[in-house]
Design a protein around this ligand. Structure first.
Ligand code: HEC
Ligand code: HEC
Length: 261
């Protein structure tokens, strides 16, 4: 997922001043200083792919925690745990998996740490620039919606998205577009060795286990190796799309959606 400076301002506490009390690093443990190029690259990738959940300044957003205070980052000087988390995601908690190059992850981590340091400096203040959201081109956004983005395969500007700009504005519309709330849960269809097929709402899934809640509300689970299953998550397309958007695409699509009043 995706932008540079523009996308990802936080919804809440926009003007609240922030007293950051935690420094990321206890003295003596600091990793090698990042280069300005690394910080810039980190800011770009972070803003694009992480910012709309974690805040473009990494200090927390509507759906993602403040990363400048994350114990995980603080206690992981090598970045290995963060790398693993990004690879695997925590889909059940709303943190998607990412395929990022090692260099990108390194610069993201450098960026987050630098944000933590900046936030801890006196006078640090949260700020937001709503104008950042208004830089797209609606015509290009419409083309993207119908062609490259394949949005039209699931949505229609005169059907389900008619009036969407009346329902949501600004950042909220952007967030909905990038990662709609999970009003529709993933379903799973499990085929047992006997040939019987059981369907229901996906309740749990990891490497070893698959579980669902069936229509009668009963929780059922199997060892993944004993069954075959297919998961259908209506929001998969959105999670995948996050990796494809460029910053410009995102703003263009937003500009287009804002015309659907
Ligand atoms: C769709 C929203 C979303 C996006 C996009 C997202 N995250 Fe997250 N992230 C979350 C949520 C929600 C959590 C909390 C998960 C939990 O409670 O276990 C989280 C947790 C994390 C954590 C763990 C924090 C801790 O202390 O446990 C890290 C690190 C992290 N995200 C980094 C990133 C990075 C880097 C990116 C971009 C490459 C990113 N996230 C993109 C939603 C998101
Ligand atoms: C494979 C199907 C699929 C594709 C492709 C898809 N979406 Fe979605 N989209 C969904 C689903 C499912 C929802 C959630 C609807 C719900 O909650 O009822 C959704 C929700 C949304 C919403 C929020 C609507 C609302 O009223 O809350 C917006 C905006 C949106 N998508 C925009 C896009 C854009 C822009 C693209 C292309 C870049 C796209 N979608 C591609 C399936 C898709």
């Amino acid at each position: 997922m995706v932008d540079s400076a523009a996308m990802a301002n936080r919804l809440q506490n926009l003007t609240e001043s922030l007293a950051v009390v935690l420094l990321l690093y206890p003295a003596g443990q600091a990793p090698p200083a990042a280069t300005p190029e690394q910080l810039q690259a980190g800011q770009r990738v972070f803003g694009g792919q992480c910012g709309f959940c974690h805040g473009r300044d990494a200090m927390g957003g509507e759906t993602g925690p403040n990363l400048t205070r994350s114990p995980m980052l603080r206690d992981d000087p090598s970045g290995d745990r963060v790398r693993a988390l990004l690879r695997e995601g925590r889909a059940d908690k709303g943190m998607p998996a990412f395929r990022l190059s090692d260099a990108d992850v390194t610069s993201i981590i450098a960026f987050i740490r630098n944000q933590g340091t900046k936030a801890a400096s006196p006078g640090a203040r949260r700020s937001v620039d709503v104008a950042d959201l208004q830089t797209g081109d609606a015509g290009r956004g419409r083309d993207y919606f119908n062609a490259t983005g394949r949005c039209a395969s699931c949505h229609s500007p005169t059907g389900d998205l008619a009036g969407v700009a009346k329902r949501f504005q600004g950042l909220e519309l952007l967030q909905r577009t990038l990662y709609p709330s999970k009003s529709r849960a993933a379903t799973v269809s499990v085929t047992l060795r006997s040939g019987e097929t059981v369907k229901g709402a996906l309740a749990y899934r990891d490497e070893f286990t698959i579980a669902l809640t069936d229509a009668s509300g009963r929780y059922r689970s199997w060892r993944a190796q004993d069954v075959t299953f297919t998961v259908d998550n209506p929001l998969d397309a959105h999670v995948e799309q996050l990796a494809r958007y460029t910053d410009d695409d995102m703003h263009d699509v937003l500009a287009y959606l804002q015309t659907l009043r």
